[in-house]
Structures are given as structure tokens and as C-alpha cells.
Design a binder for this molecule. Structure first.
Ligand code: FAD
Length: 476
């Protein structure tokens, strides 16, 4: 059932899931399909977390916040853990363009095309390219994590900054990783994308989240929105439920899809944890944040097909610091055509420009500087877009920008982190239940578990842990 905001929850549950991001919702659905009684609590007025959208001018414009592209693996994940109908709405984005001082190329972002471009355009010997793909395809989470991305590229393509850019730039946009992050965080995500290219959801984020909500309710997950969990109840070291608006709701297990550090350091009494685990939790680094410029096109205007994703930069070489620099030189344009929202006859074209950035660069500005910098970002984005759509100024109906402060305000994510935590967060998240029986965490952590696919799959991994926990509880 879908509780109303004013409803009081009187029942006990097997599992309470805190937060309806893709990890939280997928965990809830996976558990419910096994007849486990689940309550999903969401602080916001809609489900989805970062998988979200917003309307402007009385629904004249709709913008997807994080639907730029995900790997083909999402089809299998949705088919297995959601429904065939949801999986069937996933379609490929074929036009991925790269425009920068080092090259101007178009790709369908598949392994076959990448091998072709690396050998024929970048003139890398085919054996080196194949060896590179074989190497990264064998990478897994349990591998040695000491090799960095920089070392990985130097091993296979020494001195080839252009090749490094071609291979890594899209992944930096996808998960905020840098050249100093562990190579496995790049290898696993890149290999996922390279299996079959980049995909999107036909109908938009509002449509998939509506379908997911319907599916959760069909599988008898109870849902309450406007329900911010204040505390996780622990008695004698074991998880017993949560507290929402001063009310205790009991459960045998809890899955938190909230921020990892908030879960461990604020939602439970840290006294029950070993000091070593608390210090490691405090040291977990957050991933970077991002800025977006949202552009709504006049309903009567058309845009020629110029590609679905355009990775563009004026910076001479590839440098992950430059990609996040306050003085923006690199952007990704996501172009949304009316075919992407066939179920909504009002929707026309929309363009979203995204740039990775540092929270502190925006946080330190005073109110005046902040407004000025936001306007500057909007102006420079239009200027850059003019290279692809020369008459874009005449076609813009609505334009606004979001900064890391916007992300922080709407999502409550510390420092507006767009891609969860750095690699070390994974260990804390995966092992929490070993310290507090019955308490699990699922959500964007460790770079590899972030993004639509990473978060959804991690929800399944943690749901499996919850199932085994409930089973052993029953046995005892
Ligand atoms: C601008 C941007 C662009 C992106 N683009 C892409 C992309 O193109 N492709 C891609 O694959 N990924 C993209 N991502 C990343 C992707 O959206 C996220 O990794 C993924 O959606 C995160 O899911 P999650 O499960 O970690 O939860 P989140 O989305 O973080 O959701 C957590 C939920 O928990 C709720 N919550 C937290 N605390 C509480 C509490 N105490 N009580 C109740 N509820 C609580 C929050 O309100 C929220 O709804 C993008 C992210 C951003 C920010």
C-alpha cells in the first residue's frame, strides 16, 4: 500500500528500506518478490533519489537529471529484478560524439567500434588494443587495487594522452573517477559500457519511476514518502527497526540507502562500533559533484539530429583536474529528442549540459558571486552549443543552471556528491552488517557501485545478504 503523509504505521515488517534511490528500490523489490514484508520509507515527495526529473512552466518542459546513459546490463537487471515491461523500454543511444582539440569522432560506444578507432584512427597496434581489452575485462573487485588509472594507461599506451582521453573521458563523466583512482574502478565500469554501448529509458525518468512504484506496490511493498528516518533502532547490538517523526517502527532488518557516513555516524549510536571502523568511516572520501545547465526548446522549434551525447572540450589535452576546474572547458551535452518521450505528447526537445566540478569552488562564493558565476556558466554553455546548433539562441524557451549547492539542497547529499564515495566506501558499506547484525547499506559507493546500473545491482547484492540474514535468524 501507498501510505499517505499523515498515516501512522502500526505494522511490524521483516525489512525496512530507508531511501528509494535505485539501490533502495531494487533491494525492496528483490526482497518483496521472495514474499518478505518490506516497508520503503522515502524522505522526499517522490521515489527515485538521483534518478529524478523536474518540470518547469506548468509541465511545458521536463528535465531528466541523471538519465544521460547507462550500460546495456541495465536491461538484464530490470528484466530479472523488476519486470520485462520495464526492461523492454530500454533503448540504445547510438550517436556518441567526441569533439576536442585532439580529435573529432563519432562512435556507438561499443567495443567493436572502439577497437576499430583505436587501430585505424589512433594507429595503435591491434595486439596492444586486444591485450588492453583482455586485461580490463578480467578485472574484478577482488583484484589488487594498487594500480591507478594513470598507471593502467601508461602500461598499454605510454605517452598517448589522446588515447587516454578517448578511453577515459566518458567514464569520468559517468562516475567522477580521476587518474589517481584504482584502475579497477575504471576497468569494471568501462567494460560494462563496452559490452554493448550506451542505453537510455524510453519515456524518461518520470515514466520508469512510475513503473517501478507500480511494481513495488504490486509486489506488496508498503511505501511511505515524506518519511525521513531519524534513527535506526539497535537493541543489545542488534537492529530492531527505525524511528520516523518520533515513532518507532519495528523490523527484523534495515537496509539504508542513505548517505554511508550519515548512516554509520549519525543514525546509529557509534558507541556500539569498534573505534577502528568509525575512524575508517570518517576517512571515506566523497566523490566529486557536478553542474548542469538545463535548456528547454520552444515547442514550435526543431533540432536536427546532432547526436545523443556530445563530449566536448576546448582544453588542449586530457586532464581529470581540468575536467573539474571551476573555469569550465569541458561539457557533455545530452540531447533529448521528442522520440525519447513518446508517451507524452507535450514534450519536445531538451538539452542538458553537464560538467564535473568541486563543491568547495561553489560553496566559497558569496550570494552575488554565486549568481554571477551561474549566469556566466549559462552564457558560456550557449556559446559552446552554438557550434553544434548555430541558431540555438532563437530556439531557447527556458534555461537555468544547477550547481553542487543545488544538488546538495535537493538531495541532502553531503557536499552535493553526485557519484557516492571513493573506492574505500565499498568496504565500509559491505561490512556494516558484520558489526551491527541486521543493518545493511546499499547505495552509490566505491565508484563501481554507482550509476543507475551499479546502484541497482548493489541493491540486489545487499538484498541477498538480507535474505541470508533473515534465514539464519529463522533457523536460530
Ligand atoms: C547530475 C547527475 C547525473 C548523473 N548521470 C548519470 C547517468 O547518466 N547515468 C548513470 O548511470 N548514473 C548517473 N548518475 C548517477 C546515478 O543517478 C546515481 O548513482 C544513482 O541514481 C544513485 O542511486 P542510489 O541508490 O545510490 O541512491 P540515491 O539516488 O542517492 O537516493 C537515496 C535516497 O534516499 C533518500 N534518503 C536519504 N536519507 C534518508 C532518510 N534518512 N530517510 C528517508 N529517506 C532518505 C533520499 O531522499 C534519496 O531519495 C548521475 C548523478 C547525478 C547527480
Amino acid at each position: 500500500m501507498l501510505y499517505k503523509a499523515k498515516d501512522k504505521i502500526e505494522k511490524d515488517y521483516d525489512v525496512i528500506v530507508i531511501g528509494s534511490g535505485l539501490a533502495g528500490m531494487t533491494a525492496a523489490n528483490r526482497l518483496a518478490k521472495d514474499n518478505i514484508k518490506v516497508l520503503l520509507l522515502e524522505a522526499h515527495n517522490k521515489l527515485g533519489g538521483f534518478a529524478t526529473w523536474f518540470y518547469r512552466e506548468r509541465k511545458k518542459h521536463v528535465f531528466d537529471v541523471s538519465l544521460h546513459g547507462f550500460p546495456a546490463g541495465m536491461i538484464k537487471t530490470c528484466r530479472r529484478y523488476w519486470s520485462k515491461e520495464i526492461a523492454d523500454h530500454i533503448v540504445q543511444l547510438k550517436g556518441v560524439r567526441f569533439v576536442n582539440p585532439q580529435y573529432n569522432l563519432e562512435s556507438d560506444f561499443t567495443k567493436t567500434d572502439y577497437i576499430n578507432k583505436l587501430t585505424n584512427f589512433f594507429k595503435i597496434p591491434e595486439k596492444t588494443v586486444i591485450d588492453f581489452f583482455n586485461y580490463i575485462e578480467q578485472m574484478n573487485f577482488y583484484d589488487d587495487q594498487s594500480m591507478t588509472n594513470r598507471e593502467l594507461f601508461e602500461k598499454f599506451f605510454p605517452g598517448r594522452n589522446d588515447v587516454m582521453r578517448f578511453l577515459m573521458e566518458p567514464i569520468v563523466y559517468a562516475n567522477g573517477s580521476t587518474l589517481d583512482d584504482p584502475a579497477i574502478s575504471y576497468g569494471i565500469v568501462f567494460t560494462n559500457f563496452m559490452k554493448k554501448g550506451v542505453y537510455t529509458f524510453k519515456g524518461g525518468t518520470d515514466y520508469i519511476i512510475k513503473m517501478m512504484q507500480d511494481e513495488l506496490l504490486k509486489n506488496e511493498v508498503d511505501i511511505k514518502k515524506h518519511a525521513k528516518v531519524e534513527k535506526i533502532l539497535i537493541k543489545d547490538g542488534v537492529t530492531k527497526g527505525v524511528v520516523v517523526a518520533g515513532q518507532e517502527i519495528k523490523s527484523k532488518a534495515v537496509v539504508s540507502n542513505g548517505n554511508l557516513q550519515t548512516t554509520v555516524l549519525n543514525m546509529i549510536d557509534p558507541e556500539i562500533l569498534p573505534t577502528e571502523f568509525i575512524s575508517r568511516t570518517k576517512e571515506v572520501r566523497l566523490n566529486s559533484s557536478s553542474c548542469q545547465v538545463y535548456i528547454g526548446i520552444k515547442p514550435e522549434c526543431k533540432i536536427d539530429h546532432i547526436g545523443d551525447l556530445i563530449f566536448t572540450s576546448t582544453y588542449p589535452t586530457f586532464d581529470t583536474d581540468a575536467l573539474m576546474d571551476f573555469r569550465i572547458t569541458s561539457r557533455t551535452f545530452s540531447i533529448y529528442y521528442p522520440e525519447g518521450r513518446p508517451f507524452d505528447e507535450n514534450q519536445k526537445y531538451a538539452i542538458v549540459s553537464s560538467t564535473n566540478c568541486h563543491y568547495d569552488d561553489w560553496k566559497k562564493l558569496d550570494e552575488y558571486q554565486y549568481k554571477e558565476e551561474k549566469q556566466k556558466m549559462i552564457d558560456e554553455t550557449i556559446e559552446c552549443l552554438e557550434k553544434f546548433i548555430p541558431d540555438i539562441r532563437d530556439k531557447i524557451d527556458y534555461i537555468d543552471a544547477a550547481t553542487p549547492l543545488t544538488v546538495e539542497r535537493y538531495t541532502h547529499h553531503k557536499k552535493g556528491a553526485s557519484f557516492g564515495t571513493k573506492f574505500e566506501g565499498l568496504d565500509i558499506s559491505m561490512n556494516l552488517h558484520k558489526y551491527v547484525p541486521g543493518l545493511f547499506h546499499a547505495g552509490s559507493v566505491g565508484i563501481i557501485m554507482s550509476g543507475w546500473l551499479g546502484a541497482a545491482n548493489y541493491g540486489v547484492i545487499q538484498a541477498n545478504e538480507v535474505s541470508s540474514y533473515l534465514f539464519t535468524q529463522k533457523e536460530n
